[in-house]
Design a binder for this molecule. Sequence first.
Ligand SMILES: NC(=O)c1ccc[n+]([C@@H]2O[C@H](COP(=O)([O-])OP(=O)(O)OC[C@H]3O[C@@H](n4cnc5c(N)ncnc54)[C@H](OP(=O)(O)O)[C@@H]3O)[C@@H](O)[C@H]2O)c1
Length: 215
Amino acid sequence: MVKTIGLIGAGHIGSQIARLAVANGYDVVLSNSRGPDTLSGLVKELGPHARAATPSEAARAGDIVVVTIPLKNYRSVPVEPTAGKIVIDTNNYYPQRDGHIPELDNESTTTAELLQAHLPTSKVVKAFNHIHAANLTTDGQPTGTKDRRALVIAGDDEQAKATVAELIDRFGFDTVDAGPLREGWRIQRDTPGYGPRRTADQLRADLAAAQRYAH
Ligand SMILES: NC(=O)c1ccc[n+]([C@@H]2O[C@H](COP(=O)([O-])OP(=O)(O)OC[C@H]3O[C@@H](n4cnc5c(N)ncnc54)[C@H](OP(=O)(O)O)[C@@H]3O)[C@@H](O)[C@H]2O)c1
């Protein structure tokens, strides 16, 4: 059972996922690059179900680990503490921020496959990469709400995807499964589904209409 969510990265997206997690009864362990002391304000806001730690400690504590950092730093994600765990990858590729990564420029792989290669025994699930951070706490609605907003997941482990879909449902969103990690490009930067509010049906159409950058 998922009780604790460990976060590597506590910026725009990490802090919002932490807010949703605590509001839905989970414990969170937050981490960033500068150290736990720099997260005291956020921990105070989140209350007794939150604490700050190092990335390794946050990964070790998490039943699920969320990696939500600038993509260029993905190789610093601790490998051993995330071994065998579900790892949610929110990251996107922005060359102006991340520098050029040739295998993403030539689209021979995807962002989440890079993280999966770095964390070989973890079960990486792409999620939360196409919603503006602020909307995570404004757009959620109860299960079954008509025209509820949907979020895409992708991953190679069906059970891990089911667990993440359950978490996303508790956070207030439907999910659309894009398939394995290699299909994650369908919701990358500049695709139709990247950013706007979409229902599950609309998002499925967006995924089908997505084109690779080469086009
Ligand atoms: N902002 C959005 O609306 C949005 C939406 C969807 C997806 N995303 C993607 O999600 C990822 C995070 O975005 P963001 O907007 O939340 O970024 P952000 O506000 O810049 O926050 C990044 C966080 O990652 C931490 N960090 C950086 N390098 C680290 C490392 N090596 N180890 C541990 N922590 C590290 C930073 O800590 P320090 O401050 O201590 O360096 C900070 O807490 C990005 O890949 C982004 O493209 C963003």
